[in-house]
Design a protein around this ligand. Structure first.
Ligand SMILES: [Fe+2]
Ligand SMILES: [Fe+2]
Length: 319
């Protein structure tokens, strides 16, 4: 530890993606997949899954090219932002404090450019979805299924980014921010990929070796396994067959069901269901390359499409 003060990151909070056509993005995410619209203006759309308490978890920002604007993580206490700011500054990592409501519903935040080149934000407070109706009775967010359309997605689960050197990325994510590795894959004696979490699930973020930094995908958890098939049907029926990258299938790593699709701008979204729960102090599970290569991506087969290796850019002007 560089600082004597404590802090705790709780979970992934939201992702902001750049889209080149906001109307096409709205049709894809809202009309077809069934994301809930929380806020919108002429340049941005703020969405959430049906079972989320944060007012939004996916921002779509109109831009000239696709990719990741930023990914945000929630911290346990407001003071954690100061601790994290000091920690990053001591290591010479660029930081910026931003005021509340710079993004709708978001409290004060700390923005950093991670050593592996990714635009990351930390925040504590965020506007919540009302849980009481006008008569004061409980109405949980997911109990609006009668108004839902599409799949619908339930909640943000994780982000997967590409980095030049996963081992040096781990000195940030694992050693500095204290993320726990659930699983990792080793190739030629070096870590090729690692799945990292601050919750009991398998990952909030995955780092994978490639020409990083870049975005591979943002994943939303669904309500049940059959919703992965339903998503494939909906996307094919709506004319997005050529945008489906990979799946439906079951991953070997994390054991989850998956479907990958590119949005109309080219950002890859994963529709995901059912990884396992395990304590954060569990010994990380190690995949040797041959094992990972034949059964890690897809448990049922070693085959995967080459287009699955493509990525989209990340915001390099952050913070
Ligand atoms: Fe944000
Ligand atoms: Fe994923």
């Amino acid at each position: 530890m560089v600082t004597g003060q404590d802090f705790r990151i709780l979970r992934i909070g939201h992702a902001a993606l750049r889209v080149t056509d906001l109307a096409a993005a709205s049709y894809f995410y809202v009309d077809v997949l069934g994301f809930v619209v929380a806020r919108q203006d002429s340049k941005a759309l703020y969405l959430r899954g049906l079972a989320e308490f944060d007012i939004w978890t996916l921002a779509l920002l109109e831009s000239r090219e696709p990719g990741l604007d930023h990914v945000a993580f929630r911290v346990e206490h407001p003071e954690d932002l100061e601790v994290l700011e000091a920690l990053h500054r001591q290591l010479g990592i660029p930081t910026k404090r931003v005021e509340e409501e710079l993004e709708p519903g978001q409290g004060p935040a700390l923005r950093v450019a991670t050593p592996d080149g990714h635009p990351v934000e930390f925040y504590h407070s965020f506007e919540q979805v009302p849980v009481y109706d006008e008569r004061g009775r409980v109405r949980l967010p997911m109990r609006t299924l009668h108004q839902a359309r599409g799949v619908p997605p339930y909640f943000i689960d994780h982000i997967n980014v590409r980095v030049a050197d996963p081992e040096s990325s781990l000195s940030y994510w694992r050693d500095l921010l204290r993320f726990s590795i659930s699983e990792y894959a080793v190739r030629d004696g070096h870590i090729f990929a690692a799945w990292l979490r601050r919750r009991r699930g398998t990952h909030d973020i995955a780092v994978v070796r490639a020409n990083g930094p870049s975005l591979h995908h943002v994943a939303y958890h669904l309500s049940q396994p059959s919703d992965v098939l339903r998503a494939a049907d909906l996307l094919a029926d709506a004319g997005y067959r050529d945008r489906i990258d990979f799946g439906p299938g079951r991953h070997g790593t994390t054991d989850a069901f998956f479907l990958y699709v590119r949005d109309p701008s080219g950002n890859r979204i994963e529709l995901y269901f059912g990884d396992y729960q395990r304590d954060l102090d569990g010994e990380p599970i190690r995949w040797e390359w041959d094992d990972y290569d034949t059964g890690g991506r897809l448990w049922w087969s070693p085959e995967y499409p080459q287009r699955f290796l493509e990525t989209t850019p990340v915001n390099t002007t952050w913070p």
